[in-house]
Design a protein around this ligand. Structure first.
Ligand SMILES: [Zn+2]
Length: 58
């Protein structure tokens, strides 16, 4: 599994399906955003699309 360096979205591809950013295998922490409008973490991380995200990406 890889994580986008820009928006932290988890994916299996080299580029992010949401923002087109480069993905990395060096990530930690896992978060699943179901309702991005009512999630404080989603707001903090500026997540607009529900899905699975990494907390930290290097
Ligand atoms: Zn992205």
């Amino acid at each position: 599994m890889r994580a986008c360096r820009k928006c932290h979205k988890l994916t299996e591809k080299d580029t992010c399906s949401v923002c087109g950013g480069v993905t990395s295998t060096h990530w930690s922490g896992y978060i699943s955003i179901i309702d991005s409008d009512n999630s404080e973490i989603a707001k903090k991380m500026q997540i607009k699309v529900p899905g699975e995200y990494a907390l930290k990406v290097r």
